[in-house]
Design a protein around this ligand. Sequence first.
Ligand code: ADP
Ligand code: MG
Length: 581
Amino acid sequence: MIRLLGFAAIAVFPLLASPYALTLANYSGLAALVALGLVLLTGVGGLTSFGQAAFVGVGAYATAWLTTAQGASPWLGLALALALSGGIAGLLGAATLRLSGHLLPLSTIAWGLALFFLFGNLDALGRHTGMSDIPPASLFGHTLNSSLAGYTMIWLAVAVAFWLCGNLLDSRAGRAIRALRGGTAMVESLGIDSFAMRLAIFVIAGMLAGLSGWLLAHVQRFISPTAFDVGPGMEYLFMAILGGAGHLAGAILGAAIVTVARDRLQDVLAHIGPNSGQLEVVVFGALFVLILHRARGGLIPAVLKLLPARTRANPPDAAPLSRRALPEAGTVLLEVDQLTKRFGGLVAVNQVSFTLRAGEILGLIGPNGAGKSTLFNLVTGLLRPNAGQVRLLGRDITGASIRRIARLGLARTFQHVKLRPSMSLLENVMLGAHPRGRAGLLAATFRLDRAEEARLAAEAMRQLRRVGLDAAPHGLAGNLALGQQRVLEVARALAADPLLVILDEPAAGLRKPEKAALADLLRQLRAEGVTILLVEHDMEFVMSLVNRIVVMEFGTRLAEGLPAEIRANKAVQEAYLGGVA
Ligand code: ADP
Ligand code: MG
């Protein structure tokens, strides 16, 4: 509904606007395309880029060169603009997206500057004066050189890009992209290739900027390198953040506000002194800092608060996703064989062996520092052992990647719950089912994934029902109490259709009734045939629940047996002396 109003406003605007307002609207639209990419990249994916203006330049120069020096059609120029901006983004992304922390944003400044200097120093691109006499695009014999034609092309592009990006975010790939923010450990543990997802949004953002550059070249008909400097690059980022980088609409709002404000500001600053362009940077810089301090989320969240909340129906049932073949109860599922891990001189896990059979709950307990977490990390692929083997259904998985192990059917939860608090319960669980879907970015963008999406949603809904969290599937995960968040993590693990669920200290931090509820859930799951490895510090929690127990102390296996045997074991009692459990 709101989208329809937006599209209607875009359609009606040129009928009411002055030529001057139309020009401003054109520049807003051009900027909005770049800012849309930044919403995906920064607001959604958590990757900050100051260099997007350089991709606008790539698109603009590609088509300007092809249509002037080579005399080719602007539509061929569009293909080259998109291919080059996407291709260069792919190369730069492949080289820099593994950089951590502040190195990535810094690198975007570096290549932003590098491309800017390239544009300004190549003879073929007109050096610092740029390129002029770029032909307008034409369609069915009509030359698209009026202001209205420019408006139509630009805002049609914005509307289509907005729709496609919206489709993308509301899909299997989109969920993975939205999950990137907040660390890759969880994303990889769900079998999702986080690097590929980052690269994808980096390329998409680059292509949106390239599209903006193509439109700029053919609507404005001249280009010069100053528009593609890091300064404008920061302005695009400012637009996205001002509007609300977490929302696609924020890109359009931010681009419109900044474009109009800059125009007004130039009028005002012109009275102050001759170098008003530089003062403009000061004003925007100050506003940028103010926004980051006062309203990180930008303006759109404030707008959304004024609108009535969307009510959504629970997802309907759909054909179940295909399941992996589960071994019969009693089959040896997991074998940990003489596993050893050293940290320097410390042997954190020392020749530990045990087996886990399908259908049982095995407890792995031990006092603090016993090596439980290290063993957990060895089994799930976070750490590589120095010696020994881990086998899943007889297949050697020692040293395999987290993602591969996850895809083979090992689903885990985290000691410190790792959910995406701003995503719904349903979406968090759907993330768990990610490897069971196929639809890629392209299918999602063009809405060809709806049947599979319905099946994923129905599966997530079934798992929510299974763990008793189906009352409000569209509620936000961040609003749940800790005990329920743990349960939600279990549902996410179940959605992967796992061979084995490994829980890392699930009772940690829970209150008594929450622990009891979690224990009931795990018992119910065992009754349903789910195999569980429970790594836990809390001995009492484990005792009432598991079939067998392995006790670790100082990195070695201290004892193994039935709960009653472990309780009676003198060595175990001594290890737990002081009653920490
Ligand atoms: P638990 O989970 O049973 O409390 P851990 O596996 O966390 O035990 O730790 C076992 C031992 O290994 C401890 O002495 C801990 O200090 C040490 N340790 C764990 N991780 C590392 C690491 N990354 N580097 C060095 N020492 C570590
Ligand atoms: Mg631990």
